[in-house]
Design a protein around this ligand. Sequence first.
Ligand code: HEM
Length: 205
Amino acid sequence: MTLRRAHLFTAFVLLVFLAAHIANHLAAVTGPASHIAVMEALRGVYRHWLVEPVLLLAFAVQVVLGLRLLVRARHSVSGLVGWVQLLSGGYIAFFLLIHVGAVFTGRIMLGLDTNFWFAAAGYQAGALILWFVPYYFLAVMALFAHLACAAFWLSGGTGSRSRAWFVSLSAAGIAVSGTITAALMGAFEPFEIPPAYLETYSAFL
Ligand code: HEM
């Protein structure tokens, strides 16, 4: 199997988790309780002792394969779609290393339930909001942009159908990411973060 095909194959497996993960964050539009309820239901699957190690291994494999493709393509990349693909892929790899590391640090070392409050606390961590807004916003946007590039190539890589895939998925990324950011910041339903989640950021408050 070529590197590109292996990357594509793993992506289809990961997409199942990612679709659920993004839908989970969208549930925050109706408030923290809905987000927490959806996450608890989903955890029954992705945190299962047989599923979680496979999921995390698949993400690690995907990042390694993606970075190898990125290194290989870096001198020959051209055109808008090519550049969006390279930059969004690079950002996803960067984000995943920090994100999964942070989730497991919160869960194992800080003993926190890494739920809605864990995600939303960053937005109320003083000056760190300047990090968290672009950090999460770009992550969801990069994911959709990367999928938009894949859809562009898989639908022929030329013509109006391919362009329509690219534009509509990229635009959906901006809309979904903006909605999740607003929900986590309490724009739809105001909330107070439990103190235990803000303690980790006390140096910035
Ligand atoms: C606004 C954007 C995002 C937020 C707020 C967010 C938040 C979270 C939270 C709170 C968890 C812990 C879940 C739990 O304890 O059950 C988590 C886990 C995870 N997230 Fe995200 N996430 C976001 C986007 C993403 C994206 C774009 C990716 C992938 C490209 C991703 C990949 C993962 C992975 C692999 C895990 C670990 C799952 C596990 O516990 O086994 N996340 N995320």
